[in-house]
Design a protein around this ligand. Structure first.
Ligand SMILES: Nc1ncnc2c1ncn2[C@@H]1O[C@H](COP(=O)(O)OP(=O)(O)OP(=O)(O)O)[C@@H](O)[C@H]1O
Ligand SMILES: [Mg+2]
Length: 208
């Protein structure tokens, strides 16, 4: 049977990494074969590109370079790791995927939307996530949860930039029924419960 591709999205500090870990452990306890991965990154080559993208010293990086590096990282990640895992029946959970490119490079950096969409689909081999959790929190809440001293190049952007990212994600959720908005202000365990319920509902629907 074909596997499942679940992605987590949202602004910095919304709780993605916390929730992917919890979900992975629960699905594994239910006997599923789960691969947890992240973007940018997930393979050796993609992690090298991640280092370039997030290094706070590369302040001169142009928006076009940034979007192309994300696409390069993603094509390797998707082709080498995600698609083979799904085809062998595994559950793949990715901490961020291409909706982040649409929100950060599209909505916040305002790069031409058609170029972004083309690059996202191209780098994903036209493979869409089955289910996406958008953990939505106020920018002040999300940024307030991360340590400003270790902030990466994207985390160091202005409040206004992060507000555009948040709005970009919410607009995307209106367009795609695969995206489930979760209130990230709730407690870690409440959020985990909502996510687990939704995943189980999805699995039940699919097995009909
Ligand atoms: N629902 C929550 N309520 C309060 N604190 C939370 C909640 N979820 C996560 N946190 C805490 O907020 C911090 C950031 O969470 P986490 O690393 O999961 O966010 P993230 O979305 O992965 O961030 P980033 O985009 O920077 O990777 C952690 O210290 C985590 O314990
Ligand atoms: Mg994280």
């Amino acid at each position: 049977m074909k596997g499942i591709f679940i992605t987590f999205e949202g602004i910095e500090g919304c709780g993605k990494s916390t929730q992917v870990e919890l979900l992975k452990n629960q699905l594994e306890a239910d006997g599923m074969d789960v691969i947890l991965t992240r973007e940018p990154g997930g393979t050796v080559i993609s992690e090298r590109i991640r280092d370039l993208l997030l290094d706070p010293t590369y302040k001169e990086m142009l928006p076009e370079t940034e979007v192309l590096l994300y696409a390069a990282s993603r094509s390797q990640h998707t082709g080498q790791k995600i698609i083979p895992a799904i085809e062998s029946g595994k559950v793949v959970i990715s901490d961020r995927y291409y909706d982040s490119t649409i929100a950060y490079q599209g909505a916040a950096r305002q790069i031409d939307g058609s170029a972004i969409r083309f690059l996202c689909e191209f780098a994903a081999y036209h493979h869409e996530p089955d289910l996406t959790f958008l953990i939505d929190v106020a920018v002040e809440t999300g940024l307030g949860r991360i340590n400003p001293e270790s902030a990466d190049r994207l985390e160091q952007e202005s409040l206004d930039f992060h507000r555009r990212v948040r709005t970009g994600f919410l607009e995307l959720a209106e367009k795609h029924s695969r995206i489930v908005i979760i209130d990230g202000q709730k407690s870690i365990s409440e959020i985990n419960g909502l996510i687990l319920d939704k995943v189980k509902e999805y699995l039940k629907e699919r097995s009909k």
